[in-house]
Ligand binder design. Sequence first.
Ligand SMILES: Nc1nc2c(ncn2[C@@H]2O[C@H](COP(=O)(O)OP(=O)(O)OP(=O)(O)O)[C@@H](O)[C@H]2O)c(=O)[nH]1
Ligand SMILES: [Mg+2]
Length: 249
Amino acid sequence: MSDCLVIIPTFNEKDNIERIIRKVFSLSRSMDVLIVEDNSPDGTAGIVKSMMNEFSGRLFIEERKGKLGLGTAYIHGFRWALERHYEYIFEMDADFSHNPDDLLRLYDAAKNQGGDLVIGSRYITGVNVVNWPMGRVLMSYFASTYVRFVTRMHVMDTTAGFKCYTRKVLETIDLDKIRFTGYAFQIEMKYTAWKLGFRILEVPIIFTDRTQGESKMSKGIFKEAVLGVISLRWRSIMGKIKPQNVRVS
Ligand SMILES: Nc1nc2c(ncn2[C@@H]2O[C@H](COP(=O)(O)OP(=O)(O)OP(=O)(O)O)[C@@H](O)[C@H]2O)c(=O)[nH]1
Ligand SMILES: [Mg+2]
C-alpha cells in the first residue's frame, strides 16, 4: 500500500491519459493515482476505467457531472485522499507539461528535506519553460513577480501546479474556504499554507508545453488571478486566513 497519491484532474485528455498513468506506475517508488474526471466528451473516463483492472487497488477515478474547474477538482481529490491513508499528496497535470520523473524529486524534498509543501518550480533557476510562445512565458513570469509583490510570499513560481503536499498541510487548511479555481487556486493554496506557517520548498523543474490535446487556459482564469491576489492579501490583513477548526471530542 503506497502512502503517495498523485491526483490528476482531466478534461479531454484522451491522447495523454493512458501514457501518463503508465508512466507514474513505472516509477521506482510506488505511487497511487487518482483521476478526477469532469465528464470529458472525448471519452477520457472510459480509457481510465479500461485500465483499472490492470492496476487494481492503485488506480482510482472520481467522476463529476461536468467541467467544474481545476480548483474544485483538486479539492475533491484532497478530501478523497484525507479520507484514506495517504501522507504525500501530489498535484500533476495530465498533459506531460510536468515530467512524472520529477514526482520522485518532489517526494524526496518532502520526505527528506523538511518541505511541508514542495513546489516544482519553473523559475528558481532562471526560466525553465520549453515550447511556450514568448508571450506566455513572459506573462507567467511577470504574473509570478506580481503575486510576490502583492502577497510578499517568498515563492518564485507562485502559479505552479506541480506540487507535493504533506498530509498535515491539507488537514490544516480549511478546504471549505478555498474560493478560487484557476491559476488563482494555485496561488491561494500556497499563500494559505505559507500564512499558516508551513515550510515551502521549491525544486527546479523543466516545464514543457503540451503536445497533445487542447489548452483550457482562458481569459477568465487570468482575470481571476489578477484580482484574486489582491483579495487574498486583503483577507490576510483582515485576519481571515485561519486553520481549520480543530474539533474537540
Ligand atoms: N477535472 C478537471 N480537469 C481540468 C479542468 N480544466 C483543466 N483540467 C485539467 O487540468 C490540467 C491542467 O490544465 P491545462 O489545460 O493543461 O492548463 P494549462 O497547463 O494552464 O494550459 P495548457 O497546457 O496550455 O492547456 C490538465 O490535466 C487538464 O486536463 C476542469 O475543469 N476539470
Ligand atoms: Mg497544461
